[in-house]
Design a protein around this ligand. Structure first.
Ligand code: DGJ
Length: 717
């Protein structure tokens, strides 16, 4: 997978369908050569020729420079680790201050290639059974810093991982002003940038726009990966479609502030940079200290956006998620939140459980409101003990078990209400300057999880509950953005260190309770990223359960994340029938969230029919199969998507009509089937070849009301 040509000093990294090459120049600088479709023949000589022609033309203009044999020193060269503060002004991944100066240039010292993939010490990262890693050691020629840069190629995958460890090998302090994870130079511009922006209840809406001459950037400085921008983006050829064309995608195994930018410079080279947002980042490294950057994820596809999504979906399922039962069918989940919010008692929850059972639920989740004195959202975050005056948790859990249901519970460990026992005991746990007025959001402050003593207290309180009660599932919420940082840690390190603290707490809890299924959540989908997915195989996608909005949200989310990790529930929302809402929720982890006592027999029958489909098809086809987007709601009046089992024997297709629009031909061409297999479909009950479904399509030119859906199941026969 990884080769080194000693003579030409070229590294070639070969993934499933990509080749990635860079070389060591005469000056010892790493020069990027190629990232694209896998090269059949490793033609090192022609690869080294890239750029030399430009170089000569340029150098001839200035005879004084003609002697340079190394075109790296022009700003035209493709860089692998760009210098900062020298000739290249397109942005560097590392900006390091030492003795008051920031010129930084890393020079090759040594390398090694080995089988496997190392773990990070402080953060989640990918794991892979079969992988190869190239580790390079580089020293800053301006002194002080050493960079251990490594690349991991995963067998049979189009994901390339990049890791950076900066060490202070000098005798005086250095300061990391910036330490990004990914840097990629592409010798072209003219690409489109696809990214996923949003807000609360509007997460991961798709935007595709041309790159400009200059910088295009998405970022978060909200202290979490955020609703506003997801840490995932795609660069693709202007002509790339879902099924064809070249595309490159970028992500980060991280849940805090991030930035992803693409800079088209005067030579029309595009430089992509991704990493921890350097706004409010200033990291002091005393001698012998080191800093680990989050793992950078780069994906290649020469099969359109589908190729990106398939690589990301497999990567998330196989190489990110660590929950041991992630590939098994997940229980049908019932959540109490939208049914009663904080307004419940033992009796009403027991009634919920009885009624939830009738809907086929297998896991009952008691959301916010069971702890401290939590009757409103103004109090008790931090008081992780049962509110015995409000509920009898033992009775509730026993009831679930008696009915053959599992039980799950809600926590928001990283937050504190000023009106809480925890705050009264430990006001210093909250971030911010206590002498100034602090901005509350949802009446809460953020806990300083950068402190180990704080993590100990949270761990003990949460373990108290998890030890005493039989709990199968934890919903891990996070309901505000972070600001006015002031705490135990230096300002420029706090944002990063509080995320590391959250990971520590998750590590400790999951080490102790490996059977518990954790679901991530952050005011809906405000922390939907690879860092959280490492711990939580599913994340609540959005607080928006309106099924039409959900089509957009789930469609946008599907570019970077598989349906198996998108929390999706049937709710009480009136805009569609329970059947239609259920079909949309099936393209996620699937659950139910409402007051179940209000459902009539007809509605229960609708939900039970969705459960039947879930049981029969979801795990093989939707959760662990290949997902295809067929019609984008962002482009028209329909949304259509489908999943195909890995063995291509079964498929589930969802079609949704938004506004009433009839008298139209509607042939929906399917994707991902085996051309030669014959499939029977549940729309017209007929049998056609895979090729027919994909070339002619299924005919939905029928009368359709607004907000109607079709769920079509195909089975090989
Ligand atoms: C925000 C989440 O997104 C909701 O599902 C719910 O858990 C509330 N928090 C509870 O406060």
């Amino acid at each position: 997978m990884i080769r080194y040509d000693r003579k030409l000093k070229i590294f070639a990294l070969n993934g499933k369908s990509y080749t990635y090459m860079f070389r060591i120049t005469d000056k010892g600088v790493l020069q990027h050569l190629y990232f694209g479709k896998r090269l059949g023949v490793f033609d090192a000589r022609s690869a080294t020729d890239l750029g030399f022609e430009w170089s000569h033309t340029y150098l001839d203009c200035d005879s004084a420079e003609r002697n340079y044999s190394d075109n790296y020193y022009n700003d035209k060269s493709l860089a692998e680790v760009a210098s900062h503060g020298l000739m290249d002004k397109s942005g560097a991944a590392f900006v390091i201050e030492k003795n008051g100066a920031t010129a930084t240039e890393f020079i090759y010292k040594s390398h090694r290639i080995y089988d496997g993939k190392p773990k990070l010490k402080t953060m989640p990262c990918a794991h892979a059974d079969e992988a190869q890693t190239l580790e390079l050691t580089l020293d800053d020629r301006f002194g002080g810093a050493r960079l251990i840069l490594s690349y991991t190629v995963i067998k049979n995958s189009d994901v390339l991982l990049r890791n950076s460890l900066v060490q202070n090998v000098g005798a005086t302090d250095i300061v990391l002003k910036r330490a990004y994870s990914t840097e990629l130079d592409l010798p072209q511009s003219g690409d489109d940038f696809i990214h996923f922006y949003g807000d609360w209840c509007l997460e991961r809406f798709l935007e595709r726009a041309p790159l400009i001459n200059g910088r295009v950037e998405i970022s978060s400085n909200f202290g979490r990966s955020s609703h506003e921008h997801n840490p995932f983006g795609i660069l693709c050829d202007r002509h790339t479609t879902e099924r064809a064309g070249e595309a490159f995608a970028f992500s980060l195994v991280y849940s805090g502030n991030f930035t992803l930018s693409a800079y088209v410079d005067k030579w029309r080279r595009t430089r992509v940079l991704m990493g921890i947002n350097d706004e409010d980042f200033d990291y002091l490294l005393p001698p012998r200290a080191e800093f680990e950057a989050p793992e950078g994820v780069t994906v290649y596809s020469d099969g359109g956006l589908d190729g990106i999504s398939h690589a990301m979906h497999d990567f998330v399922r196989d190489n990110i998620i660590t929950y041991k039962n992630a590939k098994a069918a997940r229980p049908v989940l019932f959540n109490s939140w939208e049914g009663c919010y904080l307004d419940f008692d033992t009796q009403s929850i027991l009634e919920y459980i009885d009624s939830a059972k009738k809907t086929g639920a297998e896991l009952f989740v008691l959301d916010d409101g069971w702890f401290g004195k939590r009757d409103t959202d103004q109090a008790s975050l931090g008081d992780w003990y049962v509110n015995a005056r409000k509920i009898d948790l033992r009775r509730i859990i026993d009831k679930c078990h008696a009915l053959g249901m599992k039980f799950g519970i809600w926590f928001e460990p990283e937050m504190i209400n000023p009106d809480s026992d925890l705050y009264r005991r430990h006001a210093d746990f909250a971030l911010g300057d206590r002498d100034k007025e602090r901005t509350l959001s949802r009446h809460q402050l953020v806990i300083d999880t950068s402190r180990d003593d704080v993590i100990d207290v949270l761990f003990d309180m949460m373990s108290g509950i998890l030890d005493e009660y039989e709990i199968d599932y934890v919903k891990w919420d996070h309901n505000r953005n972070i600001g006015e940082i002031a705490g135990a840690t230096a300002y420029g390190e706090t944002y990063h260190k509080i995320i590391l603290g959250t990971y520590k707490l998750l590590d400790r809890l999951q080490g102790k309770y490996p059977d518990i299924l954790f679901e991530g959540c952050a005011s809906g989908g405000g922390r939907f990223d690879l860092g959280m997915l490492y711990y939580c195989p599913q994340i609540w996608t959005s607080d928006e359960t309106d099924p039409v909005q959900r089509l957009f949200i789930q469609y946008g989310t599907s570019y970077g994340y598989p349906p198996s990790c998108m929390g999706a529930h049937i709710s009480k929302n009136k805009i569609m029938s329970y059947t239609d809402k259920g079909r949309i929720a099936l393209f996620g982890t699937y659950g139910i969230e409402m007051n179940p006592c209000t459902l009539d027999d007809g509605q229960i029958a609708e939900v039970l029919e969705i459960n039947r489909i879930y049981k029969e098809y979801h795990n093989d086809v939707i959760a662990n199969g290949d997902f295809y987007r067929l019609c984008s709601p962002f482009e028209g009046n329909y949304a259509a998507m489908m999943s195909v089992s890995k063995d291509k024997s079964k498929a589930v297709v969802l079609f949704a009509n938004l506004l009433k629009e009839n008298n139209r031909y509607r042939f929906i061409k399917l994707a991902g089937l085996d051309e030669r297999k014959r499939y029977k479909n549940t729309l017209d009950g007929r049998v056609y070849d895979g090729a027919y479904y994909m070339q002619v399509g299924i005919n939905l030119s029928v009368w359709l009301d607004e907000f109607t859906t079709y769920l079509i199941i195909l089975e090989e026969c």
